[in-house]
Design a protein around this ligand. Structure first.
Ligand code: ADP
Ligand code: NA
Length: 332
């Protein structure tokens, strides 16, 4: 009933990093093709659930757009948009705020993590974040959503919202979306602490590899990455209980388009002193062309604005009829 359509997004909250690239962006590029329509989004409405300096937000949104294109998203083949320019996202989110239950939201681990101890002082938007995310996806009737591991719970909530809407109104209108969490690097961890994910939202983490880092910075961060004293194993079981080793191997595998087993067959027995320069070389080879292209695209910001305006127009051809039908179903 639903034609296959991919939707996913990234927040323009600064510092697009290696985790975003391997867990999201690179996989967005891999899903582009004639079989599926692909819609990719800079989610600025999500970004402002925590404070964003207006000038920086505008800059980060354009930089993120440049990052999408530099990484290989073709704005002709994919629909490339900034969320606030397609108002149906926020309009459907309101309907979903009235479908979702407080208790569902309260169970979200990202809400608990981001709000911290002082929940009373968190924005209402931060609490409602997953409802807007459900709207981002379902306003396109998207069937497949490539995301990192950290978004799994939000995708389950998206399914719950679709199911409850369909049930409450007695329709089969919204698809029950499939999360696509695949590959070696769906959860890239911090290079200084193997128990925390690499994240934009942790400004104190100097070990984070940013997409705009130059070759020296990338090599230095990998050289300094926390490791253990043992040699690398030649099979995946040998990574049990070694989160830092596992993380570096996962990163290598995702960058090289190999499986973890393939990588370990090659590097098993090596010490980190030997493996880290290999990883640094691979990371620089893959990331440098992207950051160079990002810088080049950022020289023509008017062109980026044109691409986003065109994307919004194409997007609205899909979202406006779906919102209209939703309103009719609700009785509006
Ligand atoms: P962040 O968590 O860095 O603020 P976003 O919330 O904008 O980034 O997430 C954008 C996409 O990047 C999501 O699909 C998310 O799952 C993915 N992602 C974020 N951090 C990581 C990570 N460390 N490893 C793998 N994927 C990640
Ligand atoms: Na995230």
């Amino acid at each position: 009933q639903f034609t296959p359509r991919v939707f996913s997004g990234i927040q323009p909250s600064g510092n697009l990093h290696l985790g975003n690239y391997l867990g999201a962006l690179k996989r967005f590029v891999d899903m582009q093709g004639p079989e599926m329509e692909t819609v990719y989004c800079m989610v600025d409405l999500h970004a402002i659930t925590v404070w964003q300096d207006p000038k920086e937000l505008a800059h980060s949104t354009r930089e993120l757009c440049a990052g999408f294109i530099a990484a290989g998203i073709d704005p002709e083949q994919s629909i490339l948009i900034n969320q606030s320019q397609v108002p149906e996202h926020a309009q459907l989110a309101w309907i979903f705020n009235c479908v979702a239950r407080m208790g569902w939201m309260q169970r979200m681990t990202q809400w608990k993590d981001k709000a911290g101890k002082n929940q009373q002082n968190a924005s209402l938007g931060l609490f409602a974040y997953p409802s807007l995310m459900a709207a981002d996806i379902l306003i396109y009737h998207a069937t497949h959503v490539p995301v990192g591991e950290d978004q799994k719970q939000h995708l389950e909530l998206t399914r719950d919202i679709a199911i409850k809407f369909n049930h409450d109104y007695g329709v089969d209108f919204f698809p029950v979306t499939e999360p696509v969490i695949e590959g070696a690097a769906t959860r890239v961890m911090s290079l200084r602490d193997g128990s925390k994910k690499m994240s934009k939202s942790d400004p104190s983490d100097m070990s984070r590899i940013n997409m705009t880092d130059d070759a020296d910075a990338i090599a230095q961060k990998i050289r300094k990455a926390k490791t253990d004293p043992d040699a690398l194993p030649s099979e995946a079981e040998g990574l049990e209980g070694r989160p830092e080793a596992r993380n570096l191997i996962n990163i290598y595998a995702a960058l090289a388009d190999q499986s973890v087993d393939q990588v370990l067959a090659e590097v098993g027995g090596k010490q980190f002193g030997e493996f880290k320069p290999m990883l640094a070389e691979l990371a620089v080879a893959k990331l440098s062309p992207i950051s160079a292209e990002m810088a080049r695209l950022m020289d023509d910001q008017a062109e980026i604005d044109r691409i986003l305006a065109r994307g919004a127009e194409r997007a609205r051809a899909i979202t406006a009829p779906i919102l209209k039908r939703t309103y009719e179903i609700v009785g509006m």
